[in-house]
Design a protein around this ligand. Structure first.
Ligand SMILES: C[S@@+](CC[C@H](N)C(=O)[O-])C[C@H]1O[C@@H](n2cnc3c(N)ncnc32)[C@H](O)[C@@H]1O
Ligand code: SF4
Length: 376
């Protein structure tokens, strides 16, 4: 078992781009924490005596929890499961929550990695996204966390924003580099149905940036970060000195993980399972015996498609040895036939052992993966 994921389903406000499961109503906070504890105890048997190598508090906004609540959850995990001595424990945090007393106290809980949702250092962008923080708070949140002794720091940025010029993005990337953090995640904006940005787009109030500008922003990001010592190890992720996100890496390496809380996913090599994305239904289910998840048993075809999505995203790529040892000829022939045109155009690289995406290939990774999917 590689990791434990805990979904904290609360946010003080909703950002205009975000479709992660969350509620802005905190009235069920105490009930949620009780239900979460109950779920961990009920599902302990799924983990057996496997060693837990990472814990990830995601959301929603895990930093709305107070120190006592984080401590109680972690103490329960430590008492229920076998924990690796060098475990990575990450908390996703919003900059406005990372004040000095909070981060000082956080280090005493066992949290040793903080992923800060900066999104942008530009006040105009932050306002447009309906973020709760401004650029000064963004910079201070990183300083506060570092001064509290949290060395393993990651920041999230979003690019491809409406009206974001290449110059605007360049300033953001340069500011991110000046923060001197060990890890940077930079995501291209996706318009999800049900979000304010999606509605604005449909109503013509905002426009998607052009493909040319998107590509220019991606290249600038990649080149500037690589020049300053970051390794581009996954489509949206960059790390210095091998400080990859151990938790996310285990997703891409298809190790088992267990997810607690509404909308949390779990994977045990053969089955994928996802908890209901509704806090009220989750609470009701935890009170009684009703089902609160759905699952699917993965066929060989699902496992092959999964391997494509997870491996091609990373610099470790698709291994021909793994393909041949795990999947039969049908899948191997199919993969080679579909991959060849991308190798010919330079979108994919093959060194005789590993297939990876080139810079141009990474930018159109969704299209490439679609072609490589096996639809039986
Ligand atoms: C679970 S979310 C947010 C965690 C935390 N609540 C925050 O806001 O900082 C994790 C990250 O996904 C990214 N993200 C969320 N929605 C996105 C979207 N529609 N397009 C691109 N990136 C997105 C953001 O960078 C965000 O920090
Ligand atoms: S981006 Fe973070 S704070 Fe904003 S709505 Fe999504 S989970 Fe909540």
């Amino acid at each position: 078992m590689a990791g434990i994921y805990i979904h904290i389903p609360f946010c003080k406000t909703r950002c205009h781009y975000c479709d992660f499961y969350k509620s802005t109503d905190f009235s069920a906070r105490i009930d949620f924490l009780s239900a979460l504890k109950k779920e961990m105890i009920l599902r302990k048997y799924e983990v057996n005596d496997e060693l837990i190598e990472s814990i990830y508090f995601g959301g929603g906004t895990p930093s709305v929890l107070n120190i006592n609540e984080i401590d109680i959850i972690l103490q329960l995990i430590f008492s229920l499961f076998d924990i690796h001595p060098q475990i990575e424990i990450t908390l996703e945090a919003n900059p406005d929550d990372l004040n000095e007393p909070f981060v000082q106290a956080l280090t005493g809980t066992g949290i040793n990695r903080v992923s800060i949702g900066i999104q942008s250092f530009n006040d105009h962008d932050l306002k447009a996204m309906n973020r709760r923080h401004n650029s000064v708070q963004a910079i201070n949140s990183v300083k506060n966390a570092r001064e509290a002794g949290i060395e393993n720091l990651s920041i999230d940025l979003i690019y491809g924003l409406p009206n974001q010029s290449l110059k605007d993005w360049e300033k953001n990337v340069d500011l991110a580099i000046s923060m001197n953090v060990s890890h940077i995640s930079a995501y291209h904006l996706t318009y999800h149905e049900g979000t304010v940005f999606y509605d604005y787009l449909k109503a013509g109030k905002i426009r998607e940036i052009s493909d040319e500008l998107s590509l220019a922003q991606f290249k600038l990001l990649k080149h500037r970060l690589e020049q300053t010592g970051y390794e581009h190890y996954e489509i949206s992720n960059f790390a210095r000195d091998g400080q990859y996100s151990r938790h996310n890496r285990s997703y891409w390496e298809r190790k088992s993980y267990i997810g607690f809380g509404p909308s949390a996913h779990s994977f045990d090599q053969r089955t994928r399972r996802w908890n209901v994305s509704n806090l009220r239904e989750y609470l009701q289910a935890m009170e009684g015996e009703t089902a609160f998840w759905e699952d699917e048993i993965l066929s060989t075809q699902d496992q092959y498609n999964d391997y494509m999505i997870t491996s091609l995203r990373t610099m470790w790529g698709v291994s021909s040895e793994y393909l041949e040892s795990v999947f039969d000829n049908r899948f191997n022939h199919y993969f080679k036939k579909e991959a060849q045109p991308f190798i010919d155009t330079g979108h994919m690289l093959y060194d005789g052992r590993i297939y990876t995406l080139s810079e141009e290939g990474l930018f159109i990774s969704d299209k490439i993966m679609e072609k490589l999917f096996f639809i039986g």
